[in-house]
Design a protein around this ligand. Structure first.
Ligand code: URA
Length: 238
């Protein structure tokens, strides 16, 4: 690929801006100053540096976001801030999008990527990717609820949910639970509890497949996936 495309793709500015950068002699290819925007580089073989810093070419971005409440899981919105607004310009340059949706008031794990193929695999209902949620519930959650969720419940629009695994952490007027579902219907967890006459008052996603929310990742913050986390997402390894 052309050197100017390489640098532009890696967020060093528009082709015009990259031209100026090249003129300033800031860019080296395999240890030699390169000023020609048309110079061919092979991202797998050539070493490109800008001001002495190596630039590793990457096409895809994979970010773990600890979604805070109050932002919507979309790339654009006319009313509310989006999860993309939480990212810096370098990450935004890759045009990531959220893999699936969390409600505006839901917190927790959200994967952001520009890898449409992976997103499709993770969201495909056929792949049965388990999503684990922690929730606080207004009402006493009981073993009957666990049994009902295991069998499947009927949502307000008549949809029958697939078997889900409920763990009761605290059964009280305000109960605490963890629930694993393999689907992602609109407001699914909230509507599943509504079908049992109970209301979700707090919802946080803890994991998606083998990808777990990093407990060290502060709310509203994000980081790239580690190699291990990335590998764990590939369907063959699930
Ligand atoms: N279920 C819900 O009800 N809301 C979410 O954000 C995710 C799952």
């Amino acid at each position: 690929m052309r050197l100017d495309k390489f640098l532009s793709d890696m967020a060093f500015g528009s082709r015009k801006e990259v031209k100026v950068l090249l003129k300033s002699k800031a860019v080296e290819v395999n240890g030699h100053v390169e000023k020609d925007p048309k110079q061919h580089v092979d991202p797998d073989k050539d070493t490109v540096t800008v001001n002495g810093e190596p630039v590793v070419y990457q096409e895809f971005i994979y970010l773990m976001l600890h979604k805070p409440p109050g932002v919507v899981s979309a790339t654009e919105d006319t009313r509310d801030p989006t999860v993309i607004d939480l990212l810096g310009p370098t990450e935004q340059h890759f045009k990531p999008f959220p893999v699936g949706r969390l409600d505006k008031d839901t917190e927790g794990l959200l994967l952001l990527t520009n890898d449409g193929k992976l997103a499709h695999e993770l969201l495909s209902p056929k792949k049965d990717v388990g999503k684990r949620y922690y929730a606080q519930i207004n009402g006493v959650v009981t073993e009957e609820d666990s049994e009902a969720f295991k069998r499947g419940v009927t949502l307000d629009d008549g949809y029958e949910t697939k078997p889900a695994e409920l763990t009761i952490l605290k059964s009280d007027d305000i109960s605490e639970i963890e629930l694993v579902i393999t689907e992602g219907k609109f407001h699914q967890v909230k509507r599943m509890f509504e079908s049992r006459g109970k209301r979700v008052t707090y919802l946080k996603r803890l994991s998606m497949g083998k990808l777990k929310l990093d407990p060290e990742l502060k709310i509203g913050h994000y980081r790239p996936l580690t190699e291990e986390e990335f590998a764990s997402l590939r369907p063959a390894k699930q």
